[in-house]
Design a protein around this ligand. Structure first.
Ligand code: SAM
Ligand code: SF4
Length: 545
């Protein structure tokens, strides 16, 4: 099975392929000064100031780019309060997990992390207990099925959680004196709510993304000695904006323009965990873009679960395509990306904006989920196969070639062999440049949880492998056609191998290339493709862009 090549994304448009096959040095943070400050002579060092408190924090992020960017903003909030970011939980006073619950596996990860943080005395107590017949002896967890919960919540069968650990010693270990403050943020926080305190009593903070604007206040309460604080409202029309964002990439800046989701795909937890759609005012977005360009960012990526459903709340009422064009025209910006687009709100105006502005990257991620209209209907995706193909036709007719990528789910309840064949035939018809494929994962609160004709895990796995093999071959052929062509590449990686670099084309393809230049990170260069693989291109530098 070719499972090592196709990225399994967590709601995340990852690189279209792997970088170097030997260790690629990942880029590390070069922070951005507080908005409004300019700089001379390159990027400023990371924003890390122990401040008056000397307190430290560790922040681990799971999931999509929106979570990555939320974490950048959360880090900014903590830095502004005088905290210093550290690399591991051991050295941290505050440990935060920004979580994802899009699929069950992603959600389980955080409970296993919390289990690792169980206070030592508690571990001893739990480990010394005899395992029951249901509990595998080597794990420190038990499988539980929760009963019905408060309004809006439902059971999450089979979630691995730490054993009951309500030990009096915890009270002094957690959030007291030199104790650590442990917080769960993001989608699992929103989904599980205060139940996290019952399952992991050493947690002090539970906050969903729709309440991040309250974080400074919640942190202040914890600093004042409060034992447990929560931010779990989703009935908001506010977005999360901060004065300081600690950005992880020195060239590509993420910018959330719309939060939440009003669509109601029958398999998806996002509308429950991220709340209703809220868009940022266009003037505030454009001002941030201007400031980002001023401090050296040349690429911005506009983010939203359905980024093209953007609805400007200001009197200006800019359409998404107008906003795209305005960002593309900002001085100093060389590349504009946007993700994720929903097919329902994808129109000709977006294609026209791409045609008219070379700075808007020639790449659209347009998740289809299934090639069968019957399955799309069951998923409540609001379009048929034919309607989706009309959107694809708009892009194929564009004056500039546009790279198209997608998300697909296999094994949705009731998906027949014929439905699956239709998904495969869609691959052939569209000729995607990359596909992020997932096995259907039943999620709490979602309508599809109750749908009949569940597909067995083994069968889902079989379908996924077939889909990935088919798509791998499509990508191999498509990429081979690019041999001999020259592309502009933003260099964002350096191999440990001498003279080897890596970057992304405008179409978001990974390009590995050779150049004897001493320093290229952050530069735009011209690279000629000499060979191609399904997930990346290999080239040689032929000039500067
Ligand atoms: N808003 C985007 C859209 O409408 O296409 C997608 C955002 S979602 C966070 C990212 C991807 O996760 C989806 O496109 C879908 O393929 C996948 N996904 C969401 N829920 C899933 C589930 N219950 N099981 C498997 N994959 C799922
Ligand atoms: Fe989930 Fe559908 Fe909203 Fe995308 S559009 S986030 S898949 S509910």
């Amino acid at each position: 099975m070719a499972s090592d090549w196709l990225p399994q994304r967590c709601g995340k448009v990852k690189d279209m392929g792997k970088g170097f096959d030997i260790g690629l040095e990942r880029l590390t943070a070069a922070g951005v000064p507080p908005l409004g400050e300019t700089q001379e002579g390159g990027l400023k060092p990371p924003l890390q100031d122990a401040g008056a408190t000397g307190a430290t924090f560790y922040l681990e992020t799971f999931g999509c780019q929106m979570n990555d960017h939320d974490s950048e903003k959360v880090a900014g909030v903590l830095l502004a309060r005088g905290y210093r970011q550290v690399d591991g939980p051991e050295a941290a006073k505050v440990i935060l997990y920004n979580t994802c619950s899009i699929r069950e596996k992603a959600a389980q990860k955080v409970f296993s992390r919390l289990g690792e943080l169980r206070p030592a005395e508690e571990k001893l107590t739990a480990d010394s207990q005899q395992p029951t017949a249901e509990e595998p002896p080597k794990h420190n967890f038990e499988r539980v099925v929760h009963g019905a919960r408060a309004a809006g919540k439902s059971a999450q069968p089979g979630m691995a959680v730490p054993r009951e650990a309500n030990h009096p010693s915890l009270r002094k270990i957690v959030n007291a004196g030199g104790g650590k403050i442990i917080g769960v943020l993001g989608c699992v926080a929103q989904q599980e709510g205060e139940e996290i305190f019952e399952r992991a009593p050493w947690v002090s903070l539970v906050c969903g993304s729709a309440s991040y604007r309250k974080l400074p206040q919640l942190l202040a309460e914890l600093e004042a000695g409060n034992r447990r604080v929560t931010g779990l409202d989703t009935d908001t029309d506010e977005t999360f904006e901060t004065e300081i964002t600690r950005r992880d990439n020195p060239w590509r800046a993420y910018l959330t323009i719309i939060e939440g989701c009003d669509k109601a795909c029958s398999y998806c937890v996002v509308p429950f965990t991220r709340g209703p759609e809220r868009s940022r005012a266009s003037a505030s977005i454009l001002e941030e873009v201007r400031r980002l360009a001023e401090v050296g960012y040349s690429e911005v990526q506009l983010l939203g679960q359905t980024v093209n459903s953007y609805a400007d709340p200001s009197a200006r009422k800019m359409r998404f395509s107008e906003l795209l064009a305005a960002v593309a025209e900002a001085r100093g910006i060389r590349r504009v990306r946007f993700t994720t687009s929903h097919p329902r709100d994808f129109g000709k105006d977006i294609v026209e904006a791409i045609e008219a502005h070379p700075t808007i990257c020639d790449h659209v991620h347009l998740p289809v989920q299934s090639g069968s209209t019957a399955v799309l209907r069951a998923m409540a995706r609001t379009y048929s196969r034919e309607e989706y193909l009309e959107k694809i036709a708009l892009m194929k007719a564009a004056r500039r070639p546009i790279s198209i990528t997608t998300d697909m789910i296999v094994g949705f309840p009731g998906e027949t062999e014929k439905d699956f064949e239709e998904t495969l035939s869609l691959l052939d018809e569209v000729q995607y440049d990359s596909v992020f494929a997932f096995k259907y994962s039943p999620r709490p609160n979602t309508p599809s949880l109750k749908m009949p004709d569940a597909i067995p895990e083994e069968e889902k796995g079989r379908r996924l492998a077939i889909l990935m093999d088919r798509q791998r071959e499509i990508q191999r052929v498509r990429n081979e056609k690019l041999v001999g062509e020259t592309f502009e590449v933003l260099v964002d990686g350096k191999s440990r191998r001498e003279n080897q670099w890596s970057g992304h084309t405008s179409s978001n393809r990974v390009m590995n290339f050779a150049s004897p230049e001493r320093e290229l990170l952050g530069d735009y260069v011209q690279v000629k493709v000499v060979s191609a693989m399904p997930n990346s291109l290999v080239g040689e530098m032929v000039g500067r862009a």
